[in-house]
Design a protein around this ligand. Structure first.
Ligand code: BMA
Length: 330
């Protein structure tokens, strides 16, 4: 497929892993169709990934199944999926819940937290939970509708826990025009002190939404944060398995103040990663989607960024922290 208009290109400082995807349906020992939008962290001596698995495709935009599954790795590159899913639709006991998806992982005070999106019959909620042994699941808080793409900072800032999120205001902003916010909490349960962080209009390449991607990573210059930015064009037609898919998702990068993360102190004005590779732009359920959910800063400065491609497979791209900081601050 030709590059979408307007053309958007990835930054030269980031390199896709040559053997992408790093995880796909063929790697999963149970029912799976699309493996994507994973959270990734280092936990108890290994790399841990929690991926989204949409399965039992019914045509159009509909999958009967949506599950979350763990995979593990010693190097962050080669992954082995657990034998069974972590959470399936059938395991959800609340009567109102339809599905839980798009997990993000943060190790905070030694505990493995999972932020997630939850569709209910009465709106879309963002949630924060944790697991103690990779099998149990405890929910700490659920937002009011409509909110999602929550990510937790890996430590308290100024004595409070912090999260980024993307509420979905409809009445004040028109239909689809969603921005990134930051909120704070004394206990991970009650959230407030919310403020607007990054607006769609801050990005020349987005016209639809901007939301948190991987949980923030501490660097000496600030909190390094990826985000997703979306542009929509009504002239786009067939662009995946559905009759039409008109959006494009790219990854962006910014830097937040270490002491006060409600301040953006650096922002790269172009996309960090734009859909270009065949598994991002030409194949899969929704083409032209890059949706990062995990970022790991290695001791030697390498940064691994994990992202869902085309809502179908999980991929890896690598860069160096100094290059990413330069992009944000130039
Ligand atoms: C968003 C979410 C993501 C998905 C993206 C592109 O609204 O549903 O899970 O990757 O759309 O389809």
């Amino acid at each position: 497929m030709p590059i979408l208009s307007p053309p958007l290109r990835s930054s030269p400082v980031i390199r896709r892993w040559a053997k992408n995807p790093i995880l796909a349906k063929k790697d999963i020992p149970y029912a799976a169709d699309c493996i994507f939008n994973a959270g990734v962290c280092k936990y108890e001596g290994r790399y841990v990934m929690l991926f989204r698995n949409d399965y039992d495709y019914q045509g159009g935009a509909h999958f009967n199944g949506c599950a979350l599954g763990f995979a593990f790795s010693d190097d962050g590159i080669h992954w082995t999926a657990a034998e069974k899913p972590f959470l399936t639709k059938e395991m959800l006991t609340l009567p109102d819940v339809q599905r839980i998806y798009d997990p993000r992982l943060t190790v905070l005070e030694g505990k493995l937290y999972i932020c997630f999106a939850m569709d209910t019959n009465h709106g879309l909620r963002g949630g924060i939970g944790y697991t103690t042994d990779l099998t149990d699941f405890h929910v700490c808080s659920l937002s009011l509708p409509d909110n999602r793409n929550m990510v937790l900072f890996p430590e308290k800032v100024g004595g409070l826990y912090c999260r980024l999120e993307r509420p979905m205001p409809v009445y004040s902003r028109g239909k689809d025009r969603f921005d990134t916010w930051i909120s704070r909490s004394p206990d991970l349960r009650f959230w407030g002190e919310s403020s607007l962080l990054l607006r769609v209009e801050d990005l020349p390449w987005a016209n639809d939404k901007v939301g948190p991607a991987a949980p923030p990573v501490r660097t000496e210059k600030g909190w390094l944060c990826t985000f997703h930015g979306v542009d929509i064009d009504q002239n786009r037609g067939k662009n995946g398995w559905e009759d039409s898919w008109k959006k494009r998702y790219c990854a962006g990068i910014m830097l937040l103040d270490l002491e006060d993360p409600s301040k953006v102190i650096g922002l790269y004005k172009d996309p960090l990663l734009a859909p270009e590779a065949p598994y991002e732009a030409d194949e899969g359920f929704r083409e032209n989607v890059i949706f990062p959910g995990g970022m790991i800063l290695e001791p030697d400065g390498e940064v691994k960024i994990y992202y869902g491609a085309a809502d179908t497979v999980e991929c890896l791209a690598v860069s160096h922290v100094d290059d990413l900081l330069r992009l944000c601050l130039e």
